[in-house]
Design a binder for this molecule. Structure first.
Ligand code: GAP
Length: 461
C-alpha cells in the first residue's frame, strides 16, 4: 500500500478507534483543530513521557513548565513580532488565501524563502478555482488576545508560538535556583499556537499544537559539537521507538530558509508522502540559535544573562535547540506502525480472508498494554478475569472485552496495537493458567496466573 493511501486509512482508524476526533464536530467542526480521544490521549501521553524520560535522563538537563499567555515584550525582543511570518497570497477571483511556498512545493518547485524577494508564483494559480493570485504579503502567525476586561492595545498579549521563549526568560531563575554549572539544558513540553494560513494534512499542521523542546546553553566554541550530538540523539530516539530508518532523513536548511533566530538548522524529516511532491516533511528541528535570544532579552529587559566560567571569563551562552512536535510525532508513529494484511493472518475464524489491520506500535507507546479477554461471560470466568484485571490495573493500561468471538476480539486489539491479550478459559479455573497471545507473532503461551505480573514486567521493562 502506498503511503498516500495509508495516510487516509490512518485518519479513518484514528477517528473510528478513538484516537483523534475533529473538534466541535456537532457544530460543523473548527477548521484543523482536533481532540484526542481515549486512545489518542494515552498514545500522546506515552510519546511525551518517552521524550521527557529521555531528556531528563541526561545528567545536565532539567525541566520547566512556563506560561502560555505571554508578555508582548517577549515577542518584540525575540523578533517574532517583526519576523515570524509566512508568505501569503490571495486568489483574485475566489478570495481564498494560501501560503505561496506551499503552493510552489505542491507543484514540485523550490520555494524562494527570502522575505524581501517574494516567491515567484506566476506559474502557480489558485488550486481551488484556477484564478490569478496576488503578489506576496508577509502574514504574522501569532495569536493575539487581551489580558483582563479591557480590550485595548495596552492589554494586548500573545499566545506563545513556541515554548522556547519561556525557557530563555527563566534562564537565570533556573541556573541560580538549581545551582547549575554550565553547560546545561532545559526541557519543556507544552501547547503552542500559530495562526497558520493553510493548516492541514490532519494533525500535521494545526493552529493549536504541542511542542517538545529542549534548549541547551553552552559556550559558543562548544556549540557545533553539541549540535551534532543532539542531532544524532534525536534521530536515534525515533529509531529506538520503532520508526523505520528508511522513513527518516536529515535535511539542512538553506541560508535563505533559516528562521530569523537560527544560524544553522537541520530538520529530522519523516516520509509522510502527503502527495507526489510532499514526501519527506519536517518532524523535528535541531537549531543553532547562537546568542540571538539571550542577547535580545538582555537588551530589552536590562537583565544580565552572561555567565562566568572557572577561569573567571564572562560570556553570553549560545543556544542549541531541539524542537519537536508531539502531534507530528504521533502521526509519524501511527503511519509507521500501520499495516494491512490482505487475506488476514487469522486462520481459525470466519473472518479469514478479510483484510486485517495491525498497528505495530512500540510497546512503550501503545495506548493499551494488555487486553483481558474472558472466553465466555459466565460468572465463574468473569470473576477470575476481573481478579486478573484488578491485579494488573495499577501498573498497566488495560482493556476488558468480553463481547463477540475471540478471533474478532484479537483483531480489535491488533487494530489499536495492544501487544498482549490474556485469554481466560474454563481450563483456567482448574490449572490456574491463562493464554497470553502476542500481537506480532500471534504465538500463544500458557502462563500461570501467579506469574503474570513478573511475565509482563519482563516484557515491558
Ligand atoms: N522553537 C523552534 C520552533 O518552534 P519550528 O520548526 O517552527 O521551530 C518545531 O517548530 C516543531 O513544532 C516542528 O518540527 C513541528 O514538529 C512542530 N510544529 C510546528 N508548527 C506546527 C503546526 N502548525 N502544527 C503541528 N506541529 C507543528
Amino acid at each position: 500500500m502506498d503511503n498516500t493511501r495509508k495516510f487516509d486509512k490512518v485518519v479513518n482508524l484514528a477517528k473510528n478507534r478513538g484516537f483523534v476526533f475533529p473538534s466541535a464536530e456537532i457544530y460543523g467542526g473548527l477548521n484543523s483543530t482536533y481532540d484526542y480521544g481515549p486512545l489518542g490521549v494515552e498514545l500522546k501521553n506515552n510519546i511525551k513521557k518517552a521524550w521527557w524520560d529521555f531528556m531528563l535522563a541526561q545528567p545536565d538537563v532539567v525541566g520547566l513548565d512556563s506560561a502560555i499567555l505571554s508578555h508582548p515584550k517577549i515577542w518584540e525582543a525575540s523578533g517574532h513580532l517583526e519576523s515570524f511570518t509566512d508568505p501569503l497570497v490571495d486568489c483574485k477571483k475566489c478570495k481564498a488565501r494560501f501560503r505561496s511556498d506551499h503552493l510552489l512545493e505542491k507543484k514540485g518547485l523550490k520555494p524562494n524563502y527570502l522575505k524581501d524577494k517574494p516567491p515567484k508564483n506566476n506559474k502557480v494559480r489558485c488550486p481551488d478555482c484556477g484564478g490569478e493570485l496576488t503578489g506576496v504579503r508577509q502574514f504574522n502567525l501569532m495569536f493575539k488576545t487581551f489580558l483582563g476586561p479591557v480590550e485595548d492595545q495596552a492589554n494586548q498579549i500573545y499566545l506563545r508560538p513556541e515554548t522556547a521563549q519561556g525557557i530563555y526568560l527563566n534562564f537565570l531563575n533556573i541556573k541560580e535556583s538549581m545551582r547549575l554549572k554550565m553547560p546545561f539544558g532545559v526541557a519543556q513540553i507544552g501547547k503552542a499556537f500559530r495562526n497558520e494560513i493553510t493548516p492541514g494534512n490532519f494533525i500535521f499542521r494545526m493552529r493549536e499544537f504541542e511542542q517538545m523542546e529542549m534548549q541547551y546553553f553552552v559556550r559558543a566554541s562548544e556549540a557545533d559539537k553539541i549540535f551534532n550530538q543532539w542531532k544524532k540523539w534525536r534521530y536515534d530516539w525515533y529509531l529506538s521507538l520503532g520508526v523505520k530508518k528508511e522513513n527518516l532523513r536529515f535535511r539542512e536548511h538553506d541560508q535563505d530558509e533559516l528562521a530569523h533566530y537560527a544560524k544553522k538548522a537541520v530538520d529530522i524529516e519523516y516520509r509522510f508522502d502527503f502527495s507526489k511532491n510532499e514526501t519527506f516533511k519536517e518532524l523535528e528541528g535541531i537549531h543553532h540559535r547562537g546568542t540571538w535570544d539571550l542577547c535580545r532579552h538582555q537588551e530589552f529587559s536590562g537583565e544580565k544573562f552572561t555567565v562566568r566560567d572557572e577561569s573567571g571569563e564572562e560570556y553570553l551562552p549560545t543556544v542549541v535547540e531541539t524542537s519537536g512536535g508531539a502531534d507530528r510525532s504521533l502521526l509519524a508513529f501511527l503511519m509507521d506502525a500501520y499495516q494491512e494484511i490482505e487475506g488476514g493472518r487469522t486462520t481459525t475464524t470466519k473472518s479469514t480472508k478479510e483484510v486485517e489491520t495491525v498497528l505495530k506500535l512500540h510497546p512503550k507507546l501503545v495506548p493499551i498494554k494488555i487486553a483481558i479477554l474472558p472466553l465466555s461471560k459466565k460468572e465463574q470466568l468473569a470473576k477470575l478475569a476481573k481478579e486478573i484485571y484488578n491485579s494488573l490495573a495499577n501498573k498497566y493500561r488495560l482493556q476488558y472485552d468480553e463481547t463477540s468471538a475471540i478471533g474478532r476480539r484479537y483483531r480489535r486489539q491488533d487494530e489499536i496495537g495492544t501487544p498482549y491479550c490474556v485469554t481466560i478459559d474454563f481450563d483456567s479455573l482448574e490449572d490456574k493458567k491463562v493464554t497470553v497471545r502476542d500481537r506480532d507473532s500471534m504465538k500463544q503461551e500458557r502462563i500461570a496466573i501467579a506469574e503474570l505480573s513478573a511475565y509482563f514486567q519482563e516484557k515491558f521493562d
